[in-house]
Ligand binder design. Structure first.
Ligand code: UD1
Ligand code: MG
Length: 446
């Protein structure tokens, strides 16, 4: 059965106190909207519509970056969840299949849960609602069942005291055939306490029309919605805990798991060891047996098998560290390849560079890649030795096996196996130190 996803993301999120739309606030560096969409995208939907309102332009830009296949529908005024879904009506007019409605501020629904809803559809339900039993149901819509069948959903604001006793609540996620969904939405009015068009009313309208409604349930943690900065921090903590558990279950050692931070796409192979206080930004892959030592920050990089990174290393986007290579303390790499066994152990900046296999980059070596306008490349051949405190002024290349003397400023190509000395010659004046000292003392005494 073809599948479409409609994600509601028009709300302002007043309690975030932000000029940015709520759904763009990040969890693990990725806007929560894309966490909310990820489990559905694992079901490979044919269509995906995001209903935006407040900050729609920013939402549209973020979609371009993270979910280019998604379409955007704009809800100018937020008149309720049914009205929000209705904004995708025209877009889905030619779509024939199931629609799952999700909330953009609810990032933890699992793929398996959505699958269970689709199975309930296949088992004959026309409308499937995702319910859960919260510890405190206070503000949630209640699922009213009779003879085991879902009769209607009543919002807390509109509920009678008996209905408020019901523990089974509405998560907001529903699944329904496209035609029924929009036919039923057409029948929904706004004569309720909030004077909004409630999507929850489709259950009652479906029963009126002789359609069957059923409930699939999930755990409360899946339905966590984010409305404030403190809930955002809680979501971050939940995400990070799961990522840590998943990494360890996959054979990664985290010496102090609670101090290591992951991005949604971090990939660590088995037997990677991560010391305390490491941050993985987006796009990091680390090969088997590599060690990431304490206080390192990595993003957009690949680290080969058995490489050693840190402590205190910074790998920026485009860094590619070869098998067994070493990047030590206070070394920053950007758009740089260190081939197998290359070493940059201390205090270096390597940008827009290729460092050949087993080359040694001395402490304090800097690739001067930027001339104030453009970036230029540095090439260092295999087995080359760059002496400490050298500046490699790009564009420049140092051939395989060459040696650059410590303290050199290299501005011209160094050929393979050459020795380059790019520094002033040393001049020793015997006895001059003592003569200088006496002159200074004499001046001071006068
Ligand atoms: C909704 C449900 C409630 C459920 C709860 C779970 C309705 C009427 N009620 O209530 O039964 O227990 O979620 O959290 O559906 N949105 C729009 N446009 C609108 C209104 C809302 O895009 O005009 C979006 C919001 O940005 C949000 C989502 O829809 O992502 C839910 O809206 P919200 O106002 O939070 O609904 P609740 O009152 O929490
Ligand atoms: Mg809500």
């Amino acid at each position: 059965m073809p599948l479409a996803i409609v994600v509601l993301a028009a709300g302002r999120g007043t309690r975030m106190v932000s000029s940015k739309p709520k759904v763009l606030h990040p969890i693990a560096g990725l806007p929560m909207l894309f966490h909310a969409m990820r489990p559905a995208s694992e079901l490979h939907p044919d269509r995906c519509a995001v209903v935006a309102g407040f900050g729609a332009e920013q939402v549209s830009q973020a979609l371009g970056k993270h979910a280019p296949h998604a379409e955007i529908a704009v809800q100018k005024e937020q008149l309720g969840t049914a009205h929000a879904v209705d904004q995708a009506r025209g877009m889905l007019a030619d779509f024939d299949g199931d629609v799952i409605v999700l909330f953009g501020d609810t990032p933890f629904i699992r793929t398996e849960t959505l699958q269970a809803m689709l199975e309930a559809r296949r088992a004959g339900a026309d409308v499937v609602v995702l319910g859960f039993e919260p510890a405190d149901p206070a503000r949630y819509g209640r699922l009213v069942l009779a003879d085991g069948r879902l009769q209607r959903i009543v919002e807390a604001k509109d509920a009678s005291p008996q209905e408020l006793q019901i523990g089974l609540c509405n998560s907001g996620v529903i699944c329904c055939g496209r035609k029924n969904l929009f036919d039923l939405i057409s029948r929904i009015g706004c004569g309720n306490a909030a004077q909004e068009y409630y999507l929850t009313e489709i259950v009652e309208k479906a029963n009126d029309a002789g359609l069957a409604c059923s409930v699939v349930t999930c755990g409360e943690e899946e339905t966590l919605g984010i409305n404030s900065r403190s809930e955002l921090a809680r979501a971050e903590a939940i995400f990070q805990n799961r990522a840590r558990q998943a990494a360890m279950a996959g054979g990664v050692t985290l010496v102090a798991p609670e101090t290591v931070f992951f991005a949604p796409d971090t990939r660590l192979d088995r037997d990677v060891l991560v010391e305390p206080h490491v941050v993985f930004g987006p796009g990091v892959q680390i090969g088997e047996g590599a060690v990431v030592r304490a206080f390192s920050h990595l993003e957009g990089c690949q680290v080969g098998r058995a490489a050693v990174i840190g402590p205190y290393a910074r790998l920026r986007p485009g860094s590619c560290i070869g098998e067994g290579a070493k990047v030590g303390n206070f070394v920053e790499t950007k758009n740089a390849t260190l081939e197998a066994g290359a070493k940059a152990n201390h205090l270096s900046y390597l940008g827009d560079a290729r460092i050949g296999a087993a080359a040694n980059i001395g402490a304090g070596t800097i690739t001067c890649n930027y001339d104030g306008v453009m970036k230029h490349r540095t090439e260092v051949g295999a087995g080359a030795f760059i002496g400490s405190n050298s500046a490699l002024v790009a564009p420049v290349s140092v051939g395989a096996g060459a040696i650059v003397a410590a303290g050199s400023v290299i501005t011209r190509e160094v050929s393979a196996d050459a020795l380059a000395l790019g520094r002033a010659e040393q001049d020793n004046k015997d006895g001059a130190a003592e003569r200088l000292r006496q002159r200074v003392r004499k001046t001071a005494a006068e």
